[in-house]
Every structure is written in C-alpha cells, then in structure tokens.
Design a protein around this ligand. Structure first.
Ligand SMILES: [Zn+2]
Ligand SMILES: [Zn+2]
Length: 274
C-alpha cells in the first residue's frame, strides 16, 4: 500500500474554493495517484483557509486567508473518493478551541502542523520570518521541538506533519550548535507514549533544504521509539502527488519501516508498505 494523505487541492495563498473544490480537479489528483501506484489519497486543506479557524487564532495572515466554510469543504470531499483530512495548526493553549473546531466533522484523519511559533513568526514563510530578531538557532530549535512535543501530547492529531519543518531553509538559516538529536528528544519521548503517526514527507525535497522530513537521525529515533509512519507529498498541485516517492521508499526501507499508516474515521491500521 502507498498513500498520499497530506494533499492540498490548490496552491498556497491563491484560489477560490469554487475553482479548486471541483470533480474535475479531484480527478486530476486521482489520475496522478494511480500513475504513481498510490492506492489511497486524501485531502488535508489548511485550517486557516476556513473562517472557523479564527476561533482558534487571529494572526493577521490567518485573517487574510480565512474565507471558506469548513462544513462545505467536508461535504464536498465526501462526494469524492478522497479521504477527508485537515491540516490543523497546533496553537499552544488553544487545545479546547481546536477540539471544538474538529468535533462537528467526521474527518478520516487530522494532520498536526506547526508553521508559526506564535506571534514571533513563521518557520516557512519569509513574509513573517521567525528568524528575524530571533535569539539564535539553538533557542528556536529548542522552542519548535518543545511545541511539537506538546502537539503530540495534546492527543488531538493522527499524523505529525513535516516533523522537522524548521530546517526548511537549509543553508539559508543558521544551524544549531548542539547535536540536533538533543532537540528531537522531547518529541520522540512524546511520540513513544502517543498514538500519532510520524509523517515521512517528500515536500522537503522541493524546498531549499532539499531533503525529506524528517531527517534520518530523527526518523531513526522514532523507529527506536516504536513509532508508526505515514507517507505524503504535501502536494499543492496534481503534478506533485507522489513526488519523490522513490526516495521516500528507499529511506523507509533502509530504516526498517515495513508498514504504513492508513486512516478511516480516525481509526488507524498499518498496511505493508509498497
Ligand atoms: Zn504544513
Ligand atoms: Zn500541507
């Protein structure tokens, strides 16, 4: 079994729902999946594109993006063969608001992400760069991975998305002086005690860092902790579905990962990978 669960039906920032949440567009994603031998795909739109997200957080970027209706999105996806997911940003202290947003909908899975370290800025968007005025790589890495551990422990999520997104800029931002494994440690401890799948994401291959999320060292620690893994491209267009999967499969096999997480109605099972 191959999956691609972390998908977006439109590019970031642009696109009216009416233009992209269509049968024709979904067919393009399904065709791309079948070309890559991917048996099951699902869509996980960014929560901040829905008005309901403003009940969780009111960052100016979210306010500029929150136009669509979450219920309409769910109803549309249920008319297609896609699994129904959501990419739900974790906002520390807003766990109850997140649960209230998720509760009314029958998602197959919820993908947990951290794109913003609160009002300090974004990890992956230079318009709100968290590195500007930051107190250095070690402090930022420490905080990012502590927040990820909180995300995992919240129990609100099925999948931990792009687990080391902070490396996205590669050489373009400072690297921590400490061994990165020091920063992975609290997340891995949380993963060991939780029911969350760690996402192997090929999105990093398309970004300045040019490597998979998570790093090999992080993935090895997750394997040792007994974690389950999911597999996704984080595609924002049909031609990115299954992107870089040869690399991801080789990576997973080298690490001894033989099964992949499959979700339905927020129940997880593990299927043989490949
Ligand atoms: Zn993301
Ligand atoms: Zn995404």
């Amino acid at each position: 079994m191959l999956t691609d669960y972390h998908l977006h039906l439109r590019p970031d920032d642009v696109g009216e729902a009416d233009a992209y949440f269509t049968e024709e567009n979904v067919d393009r994603y399904l065709a791309a999946a079948s070309e890559h031998g991917i048996g099951e795909i699902g869509v996980s739109e960014h929560v901040y594109r829905f008005r309901e997200a403003l009940e969780v957080w009111r960052h100016p970027f979210w306010e500029s993006q929150a136009r669509d209706d979450l219920g309409e999105y769910c109803a549309f996806v249920r008319t297609t063969p896609l699994r129904l997911g959501l990419e739900m940003d974790f906002v520390p202290g807003r766990e109850d608001a997140i649960a209230n947003l998720l509760d009314p909908h029958d998602f197959d899975y919820v993908v947990g992400s951290i794109h913003f370290l609160g009002d300090d800025g974004a990890l992956d968007d230079s318009r709100y760069d968290v590195w500007e005025g930051s107190d250095g790589a070690d402090a930022l890495w420490g905080r990012y991975f502590q927040w990820l551990a909180e995300l995992v422990r919240s129990g609100l999520y099925d999948v931990l998305a792009h687990p080391d997104l902070i490396k996205i800029w590669g050489e373009g931002r400072p690297a921590p002086e400490r061994d990165p494994r020091h920063y992975y440690e609290p997340v891995v401890e949380a993963i060991a005690e939780a029911e969350i799948a760690v996402e192997v994401s090929t999105a990093g291959l398309r970004k300045p860092v040019g490597e998979l999320y998570p790093s090999r060292a992080f993935a090895e620690m997750c394997v040792d902790a007994g974690a389950a893994f999911s597999l996704s491209s984080d595609a924002h267009a049909p031609d990115q579905v299954g992107y870089g999967y040869e690399r991801a499969l080789e990576f997973m096999r080298e690490l001894g990962i033989e099964r992949v997480a499959v979700f339905e109605q927020r129940e997880r099972r593990l299927e043989p990978l490949g």
